[in-house]
Design a protein around this ligand. Sequence first.
Ligand code: HEM
Ligand code: MTE
Ligand code: MO
Length: 477
Amino acid sequence: TTSLPVYSREEVTKHCSTENGIWVTYKDGVYDITDFVSIHPGGNKILLAAGKALEPFWALYAIHEGEHVLEILSEYKVGVLQAEESKKEDIKSADPYSAEPPRHPGLKVNSLKPFNAETPAAILTDSYITPSAIFFKRNHFPVPCVDPKTYVLKIEGLPGGTVSLTLDDLKSHFPKHTVMATLQCAGNRRSEMNKVKQVRGLNWGIAAISNATWSGAYLRDVLYHYGFGPEVVAKARHVQFEGLDLDVTGTAYGASIPLNKAISEEGDVLLAYEMNGKDLPADHGFPVRVIVPGIVGARNVKWLGKIIISDEESQSHWQQNDYKGFSPGTDWDTVDLKSAPAIQELPVQSAITNLTDGCSIDRDMENVTVKGYSWSGGGREVVRVDVSLDGGKTWHVAEFQNSEEGETSAPSPPPGKAWAWKLWEITIPLPDGAQELEVVCKAIDSSYNTQPDSVAPIWNLRGVLSNAWHRVRVKVE
Ligand code: HEM
Ligand code: MTE
Ligand code: MO
């Protein structure tokens, strides 16, 4: 074995620029991460740790706790830190997560800091409208504490200059509209991609998706009220949103949507201040968030602080370098993050919620019941869900929950405005003598788009857009 050179802290500190190389320490190891910086999934804030110890930064992002992160780091080891010095490392920083809201104990937590959790799959489709407490939560930073009395929403890019609105302005000057919309994270079902080949991101199961009613003012009403018109249309293409939640560098979460979607009468884009008939909960963007029905969760900016009408997309990391799809052949060494468009409308999706992979059912049962959800992006309605018990050789058409089922019913949406999911169910006779079933579902939307049959051809390095047929193996015992 070769023994690595020993470096002092002072020496490491000098390596904090691209010219001298970017070095960091972790415990008593010294790492040259110059080549990793541009492919870091968390973006260039990694440079904050240049020449320093990683620990205090990683303490802010528990996402780094996994073995996979240490594995990546180990590839870049170039030396060890002088013995006495490594013990001196005790840089404590105040915990920015000390004021997080209370959360439902049933949530399946993916990461605590920032808080990311999904609804338990078994209860996901128990109600058509997901109770807010168990609605999936996807935060990139600490939840900001916003005082509704002093809250101001700024709008830039209108002819009359910057507009400032209070929460009261929003509630009292504009008609209140309620829209039922399903939100889905781009990373929903990422864990299935991980089984094909490791991807980078939170290991979401099938429940980074939930359905709620949202109430507030239409974004278009607000924009038109403050002077939006042909003059703006001539120059602008995008509407950017900035959150009030900040990362360690003071940069806000941000995203943008096409201007057409924002102002269309058919778009139903809301500046929402209520979720399921109550004030927005802290985790879901209190006091105001934007709801962009049919569009990937990431653009539904919470804790909305600013709206910017612009000729360009949001320059935020999440619009420019993340939430994009790539070829299965693209890896972190070859990826050109700028080359793909930002995800907006999501593809058609469905999953089985009442059976889990590896579960067993009683062979004396005559029938097997399969339940799940289905949804598609862009307001495309799911028109059919097919279910198979034999891995896709033979198929049965599932039934949507209908109006006879009381509160679980979905009123049929106008064409092109199917913002909410459709829950489905089917009971199929148990095939004679079957030892094992491979239960599969796939949805078809109003454009006759359907889900791909397997994960490998849609695998991508970030694990987004995971919408292959959902397959669950069930033992018959
Ligand atoms: C995400 C590795 C340093 C901030 C990630 C992920 C990996 C990674 C693998 C994706 C994790 C996952 O989703 O499974 C590393 C390595 C580092 C490093 C190897 C050191 C060599 C840092 C530093 C910061 C940082 C110093 C902050 C100052 C972030 C953030 C994310 C992230 C914010 C999350 C992005 C998101 O929300 O999806 N990092 N990281 N990282 N990293 Fe790092
Ligand atoms: N808005 C802000 N300000 N900060 C965030 O971290 N996360 C986005 C989006 N809006 C986020 C945000 C992502 S990736 C998703 S999937 C949805 O919020 C999740 O919304 P929810 O937590 O209400 O389910
Ligand atoms: Mo997301």
